[in-house]
Design a protein around this ligand. Structure first.
Ligand SMILES: [Zn+2]
Length: 258
């Protein structure tokens, strides 16, 4: 299984080489904006590369939102990103689980997730797996606490949704990392990708603050154990640029024996 990093989108293959990464993840657009992705000049090179490519959808995508002005553009953006990611030969499109507003019913969020997949199917289908990622914060999140994740999966599991487990988000979100892979798989049946991140925030703090492995609050061996148990590729989304991420990848390689 492959180990890689979230990198700057300007030259992802060069960033992979600099880190000795076998996989790269990047954004196709400003993660805080609603812009649709444009064709990339390096599409052919990315498709042909030995390096596995993952695309992260913008953070503002929230298909769970009961607010039309957020949900509708989010849906469209998700499908646009899926098509653009498939053009690059990507293995998956990662999207956060999303949330409903304060005081709103989470049931509406799960139903909106189901509708998002239905919308995509009616729009020609999704050309690559959508990997829904667990998130760290908020009381109205669809994929922070795993009892909510189970309800989300009742809504989207039949559409072939995939799952991306972020270790920082799980820990900061209040889910114990011991035995976490079995608990996730009992719900989703699959883990397609691990985001291998340490956490600056404490357990159940709700803080989404990534740290380099061994630098934060998580025992790195728990992250290694999760990767081994999931038998899934791992991507670090850690600070420190090439230097910091190269060290994180090296630690994971050494301890997982990959
Ligand atoms: Zn992540």
């Amino acid at each position: 299984m492959r180990i890689g990093a979230h990198v700057d989108p300007a030259a992802p293959l060069e960033e992979a080489t600099a880190r000795g990464a076998e996989a790269v993840q990047f954004f196709l657009t400003d993660p805080q904006g609603y812009k649709s992705p444009k064709p990339r000049e390096d599409a052919e090179a990315l498709r042909a590369s030995e390096v596995d490519v993952y695309i992260h959808a913008p953070y503002i995508v929230n298909v769970a939102s009961p607010n039309n002005r957020i949900r509708i553009p989010s849906r469209k953006l998700l499908v646009a990103h899926a098509k653009a990611a498939a053009e690059l030969g990507a293995k998956g499109l990662i999207v956060h689980g999303g949330h409903v507003g304060k005081g709103e019913d989470l049931a509406a969020g799960f139903e909106n997730w189901r509708k998002a997949f239905e919308y995509a199917e009616n729009d020609g289908g999704l050309p690559l797996p959508i990997l829904i990622e667990n998130t760290a914060g908020g009381d109205n999140a669809c994929a922070r606490r795993f009892d909510d994740l189970a309800r989300l999966w009742e809504a989207v599991g039949s559409f072939g949704a995939g799952f991306c487990l972020d270790t920082c988000h799980a820990y900061a979100g209040g889910e114990d990392l011991v035995g976490i892979v079995d608990r996730v798989k009992a719900i989703t049946g699959r883990i397609d990708l691990i985001h291998a991140n340490d956490s600056k925030g404490g357990f159940d703090s709700g803080q989404d603050r990534h740290d380099n492995l061994g630098n934060g609050k998580i025992d790195p061996d728990l992250i290694v154990a999760a990767i081994r148990a999931a038998d899934a590729p791992a991507v670090v989304e850690t600070p420190g640029g090439s230097e910091g991420q190269t060290a994180d990848i090296a630690l994971l390689r050494e301890r997982t024996g990959r």
